[in-house]
Design a protein around this ligand. Structure first.
Ligand code: ADP
Length: 163
């Protein structure tokens, strides 16, 4: 079985992420969306909440699974028998960092390949940070995040006192 992993912070999942998930799930037998727990950043949602938000939006894709991990991506992949890392690229500015990470991951495990998928042009401007910034100001989130999670994002922003 050809298994790919799509790692990221997903704080929260956006329509840009969902677009990559849909397209990657059409290419692989199984896609595991992995919420990476990065202690360096202070997230809005904790990892369990992020997994739950993603699960709700990918329910329609039977070959997509969602997990979180504190391990290195390559170690997580070894444990799941996955050989391909999926990364979305919005602009050239994403490339420098992602290229570096891809080379590091190959150094750690040369059996793993990173595949870059170009963002849909509709979503090149979109990031989780943009979503959080817009939510703070009460903007309409319909064009930014899956409709299943809009209320959760607004509630969280309020409960954290960001609004
Ligand atoms: P961000 O916080 O910048 O939204 P994440 O760490 O959650 O990013 O992103 C995980 C992966 O999704 C990365 O490969 C990132 O390049 C990609 N990605 C993020 N937003 C988009 C988008 N709008 N279109 C395509 N890929 C995206």
């Amino acid at each position: 079985m050809n298994v790919a992993v799509y790692p990221g912070s997903f704080d929260p999942i956006t329509l840009g992420h969902l677009n990559i998930i849909r397209r990657a799930a059409a290419v692989f037998d199984k896609l595991i969306v992995c919420v990476m727990v990065n202690s360096g950043k202070r997230p809005l949602f904790d990892p369990g909440e992020r997994v739950d938000l993603i699960e709700r939006t990918v329910a329609r894709y039977p070959n997509v699974e969602v997990e979180s991990s504190e391990a290195l991506v390559v170690d997580f992949m070894k444990a799941r028998g996955a050989k391909v890392i999926i990364k979305g690229l919005r602009a050239v500015s994403d490339f420098d960092w992602e290229f570096q990470i891809a080379l590091v991951n190959r150094k750690l495990d040369d059996s793993i390949e990173t595949l870059f998928m170009p963002s849909s042009e509709k979503y090149t401007y979109l990031s989780s940070s943009v979503v959080k910034e817009m939510a703070k100001y009460g903007a309409d989130l319909n064009t930014f995040v899956p409709k299943e999670i809009i209320d959760d994002v607004l509630k969280k922003i309020e409960s954290e006192g960001w609004r």
